[in-house]
Design a protein around this ligand. Structure first.
Ligand SMILES: [Zn+2]
Length: 121
């Protein structure tokens, strides 16, 4: 991958990182705020719903945290100039795929194989 392209994806990754970091901050803030306080955005009479909502948020937070980790790894790869290589077959990941998901670790083919394997379990 040439320098110009690496820079392009680095920018993309940093943008994604900023977005997810902000998302994570928002969620953590919501979870930390004790329910019942006026700062809590979900003012619901039904406490069961509130708990369910919190659980849902924790799942989202985990997902966002994972993505942040992937982004950091991708940034590291840009630094090492191995960015864009599939972790499984070592081929270059499709550019179109990286545009949509700059922190992708696998090429489309390997991802499809992996998804099939996961589904079978
Ligand atoms: Zn591959």
């Amino acid at each position: 991958m040439n320098k110009k392209r690496l820079k392009h994806f680095q920018d993309l990754l940093l943008k994604e990182k900023a977005k997810f970091t902000k998302e994570l901050d928002n969620f953590e803030h919501k979870i930390d705020t004790p329910s019942g306080g006026f700062a809590y955005p979900y003012h619901m009479a039904d406490r069961g719903t509130e708990t369910a909502k919190k659980e849902e948020e924790s799942i989202i937070v985990t997902g966002v945290g994972d993505r942040l980790l992937f982004i950091d790894e991708a940034l590291e790869k840009i630094h090492n100039k191995t960015y864009g290589e599939c972790e499984k077959c070592g081929k270059l990941i499709e550019k179109e795929r990286l545009e949509v998901k700059p922190y992708a670790k696998l090429c489309v083919k390997c991802k499809e194989i992996e998804e099939k394997l996961t589904r079978r379990r």
